[in-house]
Ligand binder design. Structure first.
Ligand code: SAM
Ligand code: SF4
Length: 467
């Protein structure tokens, strides 16, 4: 069995005592100081972890109102009113870890499963019919039943599929690994390497991960250092809210982690996910004692938006429709739709054990329709990654304020493609109306004319046009 005992990080960039002391001291921040921080966020300049601490510990409702208002403004200004869509694809639920909160933990006795390559193709065909172009591959950790070669085979199988739809970006959410294996993932052409920290508190982490390779806090926490060393430009972090009793601590951990990556590699998180713990079969319910209530959760999401304005923010189907509606107004830029969280769940000839219970089980079609009702453009864009706009190249485009000039055009073109390929006549008319109302929002006249032309080309059968 893999174990990383004896692993020593180059630098202990997360220090629990420092985080607790900083949060305590920041309670003394004056109203003037909070206003200065909010003015800075309002200019899209991002925030330091010290400034984040001051906002996290401030309880003044007037400031909170302004935090939400600025979060909405940042989202609108940087990305425009589009939301990128994706879906998870569970490959294997074999797992040798004992994570107390996860339905795949090794003590949970049920028939484990991993997809054969034919089954991968079957799942992907269904996901393509749902309109998806971007997947997040998910797997438990098991070097025997699910080695890196298996993950690489799955990636190749997906990219090699030549079907009407087409998965254009494969992100990967698997266990922390070595530089060598990260290099293999890079060579296989992955988009973002995603790994949730679960909790930044070392003591809580060790309690929640009592054994197995994942139990080594520092091996897990330095995964992105190795991924970036291996040349993976885009990494996606997140914490699982509900494991640790202080969610402010977790946001501070995210900020310090991001600052560490920026300092060492010149670029921080490409995305941050904000999962909240959900009930799961075969888990210890006491692991879910520290749920974060909706109001607190919205505040955390909005503060992260202010702190890292150019980082994509992801919300999954762990949240209800009502909650997702509120979160997309305060900074979320990517959501999943029509998700299944069990292995083989899309074809579902026989249901396997899900990883946890979903809160939003609508179809992708319903999610797309609902976003349009909310006057948001659902986007199936994968352009940045395919145009080499990853890592610091993506960040400099975002920081220049020009990302919006590619995001909205690509959203309108990919939504039109989706409507042509999968929509009814009624849905296509609805998309036409939305596109017409959003086209004038593209400031640059040349780009606007180009996009209008491309939309006509897509309607006449051309595919995969992007900026
Ligand atoms: N096995 C890898 C790992 O643990 O990093 C890959 C990802 S695992 C399939 C995906 C994520 O699901 C975990 O990182 C964890 O944060 C989340 N998860 C596990 N149990 C959950 C639960 N009960 N509620 C919500 N999210 C959960
Ligand atoms: Fe395994 Fe990941 Fe679940 Fe932990 S969270 S039991 S490592 S699948």
């Amino acid at each position: 069995m893999l174990n990383h005992d004896g692993f020593v990080p180059d630098e202990e960039f997360i220090n629990g005592d420092y985080i607790r002391e900083t949060l305590e001291k920041s309670k003394a921040a004056s109203d003037e100081e909070i206003e200065r921080i909010l003015d800075k966020a309002d200019r899209f300049e991002g925030l330091t972890h010290l400034e984040v601490a001051a906002l996290l510990t401030n309880e003044n409702p007037v400031h909170l109102e302004r935090i939400f208002q600025i979060a909405g403004k940042i989202k609108e200004h940087i990305y425009g009113d589009r939301i990128v869509m994706f879906a998870p694809l569970y490959l294997s639920d074999y797992c040798i870890n004992g994570c107390t909160y996860c339905g795949f933990n090794c003590h949970h006795k049920y028939q484990r499963k991993k997809l054969t390559m034919d089954e991968v193709r079957e799942e992907v065909r269904i996901l393509e019919k749902m309109g998806h172009k971007r997947l997040a591959l998910e797997a438990g950790e098991d070097p025997v039943n699910c080695p890196i070669e298996y993950i690489l085979d799955c990636i190749k199988t997906i990219y090699d599929m030549k079907t009407d739809g087409e998965i254009r970006r494969v992100n990967v959410n698997i266990a922390s690994t070595s530089v060598e294996e990260f290099r293999m993932l890079k060579e296989a052409g992955i988009g973002t390497y995603i790994l949730f920290q679960e909790t930044y508190c070392k003591e809580t982490y060790e309690k929640m991960h009592p054994h197995g390779p994942k139990s080594n806090y520092w091996y897990h926490t330095t995964a992105f250092d190795r991924a970036m060393e291996a040349g993976i430009d885009d990494v996606g972090g997140g914490v699982l809210y509900g494991l640790h009793d202080d969610p402010n601590f977790e946001v501070m951990g995210l900020m310090l982690h991001n600052e560490h990556l920026e300092k060492k590699f010149g670029v921080g998180f490409h995305t941050i996910s904000s999962p909240r713990i959900r009930p799961a079969e075969g888990t210890d319910p006491t692991a879910m004692d520290h749920g974060v209530d909706d109001e607190k959760f919205k505040k955390l999401v909005a503060i992260v938006r202010l702190a890292v304005p150019f980082t994509g923010m992801i919300i999954s189907t762990r949240e209800t429709m009502e909650m997702r509606k509120e979160l997309i107004k305060i900074g979320i830029s990517q959501i999943s739709g029509g998700s299944s969280v069990d292995v083989g769940g899309y074809s579902a000839r026989e249901r396997n054990e899900p990883q946890f219970v979903l809160s939003d089980s609508r179809t992708n079609e319903d999610v797309v329709d609902w976003l349009m009702e909310e006057d948001v453009v659902p986007s199936f864009c994968t352009a940045c990654y395919r145009s080499g706009r990853t890592g610091d190249r993506f960040m400099s485009l975002a920081k220049s304020g020009n990302i919006k000039n590619v995001c909205l055009p690509n959203a309108l073109m990919t939504l039109t493609e989706y409507a042509c390929d999968y929509g009814t006549d009624e849905f296509r008319s609805k998309v036409d109306r939305l596109v017409e109302s959003k086209l004038p929002k593209i400031d640059n006249e040349k780009v606007r004319i180009l996009v209008a032309g491309n939309i006509e080309k897509i309607k006449s059968g051309e595919r995969d046009l992007f900026l």
